[in-house]
Design a protein around this ligand. Structure first.
Ligand SMILES: [Zn+2]
Length: 126
């Protein structure tokens, strides 16, 4: 059996572990620390790696640094927080508008076209 904690509970735990550690060098480490704290509240609590990432990116007190590499994937939504992406456009030499990248309005993620996130680190901002 497992239970899904509320978002506020995860946010609270997230703040606690970041206060203690200052930062985390990977999403795995962050999720592990969150999970450990959640288990203290309820043995059956669990959190997926995706949910941990999204809640951290949207928390407002976490700065997420994203390492990217060249990839083929195009994103409809922000690959970090699932928010809405805005296209970054530029003018080509011929004066045509071309999409050169994306910016997330929610978590401030910025990526060039054909860049995919490969690694995250998390830092407390407040
Ligand atoms: Zn985002």
């Amino acid at each position: 059996m497992y239970r899904i904690p509320k978002e506020e509970e995860i946010r609270g735990v997230l703040y606690k572990v970041l206060r203690r550690h200052g930062s985390f060098s990977s999403l795995n480490k962050l999720r592990h620390a969150i999970l450990e704290e959640l288990k203290k509240i309820n043995e059956e609590y669990t959190v997926s790696i995706k949910r941990a990432r999204i809640i951290a990116a949207r928390a407002g007190f976490v700065k997420v640094n994203v390492k990217k590499k060249h990839g083929k994937k195009k994103f409809e939504k922000c690959p970090v927080c699932g928010g809405k992406l805005r296209e970054i456009k530029n003018l080509s030499l011929l004066g045509k508008e071309v999409v050169v990248g994306y910016k997330c309005e929610l978590c401030k993620y910025k990526g060039k076209i054909y860049e995919v996130p490969v690694r995250y680190s998390f830092h407390l901002t407040k």
